[in-house]
Design a protein around this ligand. Sequence first.
Ligand code: AMP
Ligand code: GLY
Length: 423
Amino acid sequence: MNILLLGSGGREAALARKISESPLTDRLFIAPGNGGTAIYGENVEISPLDFPTLVSFVKEHGVELMVVGNEDPLVAGVRDFFAEAAPDVLIVGPAADGAQLEGSKDFAKRFMARHNIPTARYMTFDASTIEKADAFLESLEAPYVLKADGLAAGKGVIILQDLDEAKATLREMLDGMFGKSSATVVIEEFLDGIECSVFALLDGKGGYRLLPEAKDYKRIGEGDTGLNTGGMGAISPVPFADDAFMGKVVDRIVEPTVKGLIADGIDYRGFVFFGLINVKGEPMVIEYNVRMGDPETEVVMPRLASDLTALLLGAAKGDLADIPAEHDKRAAATVMAVSGGYPGSYAKGLEITGCLDPEESILFHAGTKVKDGKLLTNGGRVIAATSLADTLPEALQKSYKAISEIDFEGKYYRRDIGRDVLK
Ligand code: AMP
Ligand code: GLY
């Protein structure tokens, strides 16, 4: 079968590699892809948000399955558009109604409240309820968590220690700090704990498969300091996510989410990313995403021992029964090399040299492109090196070796990925 994958990051590189390994896959197209995805399929110069051109492309190329890697097209309704314009194409990724789980923090919080899913206490405010927002902030203890309701490229959450600063920041957010996305703000109780990411693939009919869990490293600096990034590395499995913890995650969070979507009349076929926090052994939801994580996918896919294309097809058709999702027992670690200056401003178009085909690791390209036969940087996060090994320290060692053997001006990576859980 011919498959179209939307997106251009390391996540899509990891999905593309796994999809390409399936005997069910004939041609794989990636729109737009990056300098590395062309190893696994054919890059196509189409924006994931250009729905009419995507429809023409799938019709011309006999694409039967479309997999949406990133959230923007989902929140913008790519599935709804295809339902009208190309109804025969099977799609992995929810329609705009389900995508609200990520597209609106207030929607996600109301969903969790309705279905008794554990999450931080919260209230939602806009410019007309600013006095009530102040009163709610006064009722909470520091630190204060302010979240832009809409999509804000991962930057919409602000955590402040000081009450007056929180009140001032709330006003700035409502005044357009994140454009329309922060015209509504969710304020919530701060949860103290260690985070992990759990992933499920849903078929919309109550069937789902859990994928390996992962932990990502969001801050730019070692010891989890400095600005937030898209993610600087990831590990899987997560040592504290043992059977007891995962049992609670399934009973209290995954199952109620799957059932809640059905109860709310949402036909959700796609990935759900549960951003969780472990508060003294009790899992709580920090956020939902309606896609896989990046760089989590770069460790999750190598640990998926089953046929990804079969799983994607099952989810898209609404029937995951009898389709296995076995997890490889080995540990995986990924380390991201980023451009100097990231997550602030950085240069693009710098040549990448060194060992681009390491023996013991996989390089997943994120922000790269090929021009005139040269591999160039083309984003903040440039390349992730993933390795599998019997133990996490060995996997980390291999990934660090691979990342040290590639070169570009200004290359930076965190040297402490996984260190916190190995203590
Ligand atoms: P989000 O975009 O919702 O994932 O939030 C970004 C980050 O902010 C999360 O990964 C957490 O580290 C942090 N965060 C969000 N909500 C809370 C909360 N209620 N308590 C503590 N930390 C939070
Ligand atoms: N790594 C976090 C995310 O993909 O949102």
